[in-house]
Design a protein around this ligand. Structure first.
Ligand SMILES: [Zn+2]
Length: 216
């Protein structure tokens, strides 16, 4: 069982999605999100019609970094994320010759999180950095052109917090593709702003209730 499947089996009631600020979240009945609560519902690969990667070809790694990407192309409202993921898997394998989708988690327009490559396997990239050790998150859309919506930003925090807790990744190692490569603008200026400002690091630290984290 991979991590995504395990998480996907967590009953939704135990893994509430709550996009309210934490102080509100704690006050709102029915929203049980507490500091240290980092379970995220992840749609498993089988649910979108993907097939498992060839384990014999996989490069195994241990997670030490969390790295944010964007799709880099427009994701039109109404696009079926399942079809997008199936196309991405086919392109990754047949055109690029990669093991699988290059990213471990994909966040759609509604802020849902989909499983991509098995987190146990290192990702792939068109640029020069070595993605080994990096947990790779992709947000759909081109953030050179559009702004991320709040559901997407919240989902990025959710997934980063889940990964930071599970793999004991320090918040200082939360970054984005362009922080590791001079050859890309990924994750796009409008999403990178949140990386650069420390928004994600602060939200993740608050979620994990780390000592010294800003009061939410
Ligand atoms: Zn990227």
């Amino acid at each position: 069982m991979n991590a995504a499947m395990k998480l996907a089996r967590t009953p939704r009631a135990l893994a509430p999605r709550c996009f309210a600020p934490l102080f509100l979240a704690l006050a709102v009945a029915g929203c049980a999100l507490k500091p240290g609560t980092v379970d995220v519902p992840v749609v498993p690969v089988a649910d979108w019609g993907g097939t498992p990667a060839d384990a014999a070809r996989a490069r195994r790694h241990a997670i030490t970094h969390i790295t944010l990407h964007h799709q880099g192309e427009p994701f039109k409202p109404g696009t079926d994320p399942r079809q997008y993921l199936r196309n991405l898997q086919t392109w990754s394998r047949n055109t690029k010759g990669w093991l699988d989708i290059p990213y471990h988690y994909i966040i759609d327009l509604e802020g849902r999180t989909w499983a991509g490559r098995d987190i146990a396997y290192a990702g792939d990239t068109n640029t020069e950095y070595d993605p080994s050790g990096h947990a790779l998150i992709e947000v759909v859309g081109n953030f050179e052109e559009v702004e991320p919506n709040q559901a997407q930003l919240d989902a990025v925090v959710d997934v980063m917090a889940m990964l930071a807790k599970k793999y004991k990744v320090p918040v200082e190692r939360i970054a984005s593709h362009r922080d590791h490569s001079d050859k890309t603008v990924c994750p796009g200026a409008n999403l990178y702003r949140y990386v650069q400002s420390g928004y994600f690091k602060q939200k993740v630290a608050a979620r994990l209730a780390l000592p010294g984290a800003a009061t939410p």
